[in-house]
Design a binder for this molecule. Structure first.
Ligand code: AMP
Length: 114
């Protein structure tokens, strides 16, 4: 099931080290190597799918959002608030071709989304 040459598949497999914050049967989550906020966690499905279009088509988004809610509580940002982002494709500036949600929080985020 892991995709050869996929960075996040290698992280999930433990072949590349990561700072894991959460794991269940379907989801793996770890700290972003280049954090944009005090809390910046990447939430990825263990199954390799390219982006949110494929993830939605195979019913993975519930598991990812459920994990995001759990991680937000674990990180202590569920009450203060946070942002969940998934970049998709070229115009969305997706740089890793394995679906991931960015969970950002721990400070007042900018109103600018783009
Ligand atoms: P995106 O640009 O939406 O595809 O996001 C990819 C994210 O992966 C970026 O925020 C990177 O900082 C992050 N990233 C790249 N390599 C690693 C790594 N080895 N460990 C953790 N995060 C990474």
């Amino acid at each position: 099931m892991p995709m050869e040459d996929c960075l996040f598949c290698k992280i999930i497999a433990g072949d590349i080290p990561s700072a894991k914050v959460f794991e269940n049967d379907e989801v793996f989550a770890f700290r972003d190597i280049n954090p944009q906020a005090p809390v910046h966690v990447l939430i990825v499905p263990k199954k390799h799918v390219a982006n949110v279009i494929e993830g939605a088509a195979c019913g993975l988004m519930n598991a990812l959002c459920g994990a995001a809610a759990q991680i937000a509580a674990q990180e202590g940002i569920d009450k203060t608030g946070f942002r969940l982002i998934t970049n998709c494709g070229h115009d969305g500036c997706q740089s890793v071709g394995h679906l991931h949600l960015h969970l950002l929080g721990g400070r007042q985020l900018s109103e600018t989304m783009a």
